[in-house]
Design a protein around this ligand. Structure first.
Ligand code: RRO
Length: 305
């Protein structure tokens, strides 16, 4: 399946379907499983400086066919304990991207150095979790902080750096430009969209934390619009995320400007076969449209305008 191989900022993936951060990514065994199931690469759960339990339950709510609302609360074992999980996934042959979150540039840089030691191929900076006090989109919606964080991480490591941006802003293009100017090697877009579910019976928010992040089919048009806009504003490659569950979804992201995509929520419906189905379907779509390489398809929709 050579036609499917893709490159993001100097790193080659066997196909463009990466396991999204936060889905299955807390253990090395789960990352390895995604690799065995056919993922082109795997992105870890976002890892912080210390062990975090996350928010109390309920943390996830299925919203019919729209997708999932989650407020997990950045649960993770902490960087010190996570290296062994990455080692396990790498031993099985997985191409691992390390996701990290911090509260400021200094914490991001320290984590980036530690994550680099684990042998990951790139770093994804979580500047976009939609509901965490002092983290994610609270800092990542400010272009000046995005600049500060990306610059500090770039000075700390040699690995390619992907900035994962939030759609919960009026101008994601400005965030992408800030990231690129600070040295980001790629942009990941998007994280979940801030949302709320209320139980009409109890009249309370359904999730214990209150606000959550919406993922799944409902956010695909939002993710596509963000990728499209970012492609018009920066030169670095884009990793598209949001509501991808079919080969057609992925193809739309590629022609909107993404060089790879991440798949998350669709896997929660029991996804062992999904990576294989996506790859086989995308291969057919590329052939049907006369693209002999995936790279030819990237951004193609902008050129037929
Ligand atoms: O852990 C979470 O609650 C979480 C994270 Br870190 C994120 O980046 N996005 C999201 O929807 N949930």
């Amino acid at each position: 399946m050579d036609r499917l191989s893709t490159e993001v900022a100097g790193v080659r993936f066997r196909n463009p379907f990466l396991l999204a951060s936060g889905i299955w990514g807390e253990t090395g065994a789960a990352l390895a499983r995604a690799h065995r199931d056919g993922a082109g690469g795997v992105v870890t759960k976002s890892i912080g400086s210390a062990t975090r339990e996350g928010y109390p339950n309920p943390t996830v709510e299925q919203l019919g066919s729209w997708g999932l609302l989650n407020a997990m609360g950045l649960p993770n074992p902490g960087m010190e304990h996570y290296a062994a999980e990455i080692a396990l996934a790498r031993k099985e042959g997985a191409t691992v991207v390390g996701s990290i979150f911090g509260g400021d540039a200094k914490e991001f840089a320290t984590l980036a150095r530690a994550m680099e030691q684990t042998g990951v191929v790139a770093l994804e900076l979580n500047l976009s979790c939609p509901h965490a006090k002092g983290y994610g989109s609270e800092i990542g919606r400010d272009p000046a902080i995005v600049t500060e964080v990306v610059r500090a991480v770039k000075q700390a490591v040699r690995l390619p750096v992907w900035a994962k941006l939030t759609p919960n802003t009026h101008d994601i293009g400005a965030l992408a430009e800030a990231a690129e100017q600070a040295g980001a090697d790629a942009i990941s877009a998007i994280n979940t969209v801030r949302g709320l579910a209320i139980d009409p019976e109890t009249m309370r928010p359904v999730l214990a934390h209150g606000f959550g992040g919406l993922s799944g089919p409902a956010i695909k048009p939002i993710g596509l619009a963000c990728v499209w806009q970012i492609y018009d504003r920066v030169k670095v490659p884009i990793v598209g995320i949001g509501g991808i569950s079919t080969p057609e979804d992925a193809f739309e992201y590629l022609i909107a400007g993404a060089s790879a995509v991440e798949v998350g929520t669709a896997l929660s419906a029991g996804g062992d076969a999904l990576f294989g189905t996506l790859s086989a379907g995308l291969e057919r779509l590329l052939e049907h449209h006369g693209f002999s390489t995936l790279a030819e398809a990237v951004g193609a929709s902008h050129r037929v305008r």
